[in-house]
Design a protein around this ligand. Structure first.
Ligand SMILES: Nc1ncnc2c1ncn2[C@@H]1O[C@H](COP(=O)(O)OP(=O)(O)OP(=O)(O)O)[C@@H](O)[C@H]1O
Ligand SMILES: [Mg+2]
Length: 472
């Protein structure tokens, strides 16, 4: 990823630099040549005027040679002058023809003798030379060419200058390239670092390190969201696994006690006189029943965490009536009256959940309700939910006890042990189950003081015709 980003940055930079530097270098090159050409041209015309004046004054060949040599001396340019027939009458400079040489055949001389200026580049003694050939025009109206004049300059200084210029451009481009490379590296790093952290985090999570969290970058928003959801996923996973671990640990711990009691009784059976075996057999059976109830409670608790079960409308009145009937005999055995007072619309729940909730609450209430008291189940509509209360006239609970009541396996100090009593478990699982089942249906549960003097368990359950909001 980083390499790809770098390649794209650098190729873009290369394109921009080349697109700017090449035309810049070439135009400098051209400007240098144009400057030299126009310089040589000016000198040629000025000297042509001077040569014409000298010719009209009837200057001797000697005078013309001195003129040419003075010109060379002043300007550093070579010069060759021909008469109207193309024969050299004066020359000065290295590699230039001698006086008397015939140059009429030379294209630039022939063109100049026809009155036109010519600019040429040629090689003289291994050196590139720029020549401007102009006509020497007679003064006066006719202005006809009376000769030709070729002024030449070495191109070496221009080439040197151009070369220096290209080197300077190359150096500049290199500096830009290095700066761009560094900036690109930093940029690419800033993009890829959060990704690398995420992939590291994912790998560690995969290896089982649930505490792993990644840094959430402010920018870009896509990575910000990705990092946030990664952390949220890791957080949830950690909570889930930790709660599962705690659940398994609690469950194993709780299973140990009845199992130990059971194995003790079985050991006694072996050693005992057959006459007394009945007692231990009864005891063992009670322990097995207790174990079965514990396992059932644990299973209910584990299933309460499943949130995929389909929920639908549930008629509170008929369920309360059904539970009242189911617990009637047990309540009568305690001299306790079960009262149902329901006037509420259906709630949304998974089939069977509300029955389990009520069973646990009634079981708890009957454990503490004094004889001749009543356990009241009351349901009313309250805003967009149904408030279902189960109240008793028992001792109630202190605020500290209420705060812990929904913990798994928690029981208040001095709670009656109901070993062997079929209607209750006595494991401290009932309220934990109630809490989770109600929450799974999107409802809430609260413990309060009942007007009857005992505990009021207040459930708030979502009405069936109100869209679901919770349900975790
Ligand atoms: N109606 C109540 N009045 C007073 N205390 C209560 C009442 N209901 C529950 N408690 C207290 O809360 C504790 C936890 O109740 P919970 O139903 O979770 O467990 P349990 O009844 O002891 O055992 P299990 O329900 O697993 O058979 C009880 O042991 C008891 O001390
Ligand atoms: Mg209980």
């Amino acid at each position: 990823m980083r390499r790809r980003l770098l390649i794209s940055y650098l190729s873009l930079m290369l394109f921009v630099v080349l697109a700017l530097a090449l035309p810049l270098g070439l135009s400098f090159d051209n400007a240098e040549r144009r400057r030299l050409t126009s310089n040589v041209q000016n000198e040629a015309y000025v000297f042509a005027l001077r040569t014409n004046a000298a010719l009209e004054e009837g200057a001797s060949p000697q005078a013309l040679a001195e003129l040419a040599s003075a010109f060379r001396h002043q300007t550093g340019l070579s010069v060759v002058v021909t008469d109207g027939d193309g024969q050299v009458i004066a020359a000065s400079g290295p590699g230039e023809p001698a006086v008397g040489d015939a140059l009429a055949e030379r294209r630039e001389i022939a063109t100049a003798l026809r009155g036109r200026q010519v600019t040429t580049e040629r090689e003289v003694a291994g050196e590139d030379v720029l020549s401007v050939t102009v006509p020497v025009l007679a003064s006066g109206a006719s202005g006809a060419p009376v000769g030709a004049l070729r002024v030449s300059s070495s191109l070496a200084p221009v080439t040197e200058h151009t070369r220096e210029n290209w080197l300077l451009l190359a150096a500049l481009c290199s500096i830009i390239a290095i700066v761009v490379l560094l900036v690109s590296l930093l940029l690419a790093r800033s993009f890829t670092r959060p990704l690398a952290e995420l992939s590291d985090g994912a790998a560690r999570l995969g290896e089982g390190d649930l505490s792993v969290r990644v840094r959430v970058p402010d920018d870009p928003p896509e990575l910000n969201r990705l990092a946030q959801s990664f952390n949220a996923t890791a957080e949830r996973l950690e909570t889930l696994v930790r709660s599962q671990q705690a659940f398994v640990a609690d469950a194993s711990h709780q299973l140990r006690t009845p199992l130990a009691a059971l194995s003790l009784r079985l050991e006694n059976l072996e050693a005992e006189d057959p006459e007394f075996r009945v007692d231990d057999l009864d005891g063992a059976r009670r322990e097995v029943q207790r174990l079965a109830r514990l396992v059932e409670g644990l299973l209910t608790l584990a299933r309460a965490e499943e949130t995929h079960a389909p929920s639908g409308p549930v008629d509170v009145a008929s369920i309360v009536a059904g539970r009242r009937e189911a617990w009637r005999v047990a309540a009568e055995g305690h001299g306790v009256q079960l009262v149902a007072d329901v006037d509420a619309p259906p709630v949304r729940s998974v089939s069977g959940r509300l029955e389990q909730v009520l069973d646990n609450l009634i079981s708890n209430a009957l454990d503490v309700a004094p004889p001749s008291s009543a356990v009241v189940m009351e349901a009313r509509r309250e805003d967009d939910h149904v408030r279902l209360e189960v109240r008793d006239a028992g001792p109630g609970m202190t605020p500290e006890q209420r705060a812990r009541a929904f913990d798994r396996f928690w029981r208040a100090e001095g709670s009656p042990r109901r070993e062997g009593v079929p209607r209750g478990g006595g494991f401290g699982l009932g309220l934990a189950i109630v809490g989770r089942l109600v929450k799974a249906d999107g409802g809430t549960v609260e413990l309060a003081d009942a007007p009857e003097g005992g505990l009021a368990v207040i459930l708030r359950l979502p009405m069936a015709d109100v869209p679901a909001t919770a349900g975790v």
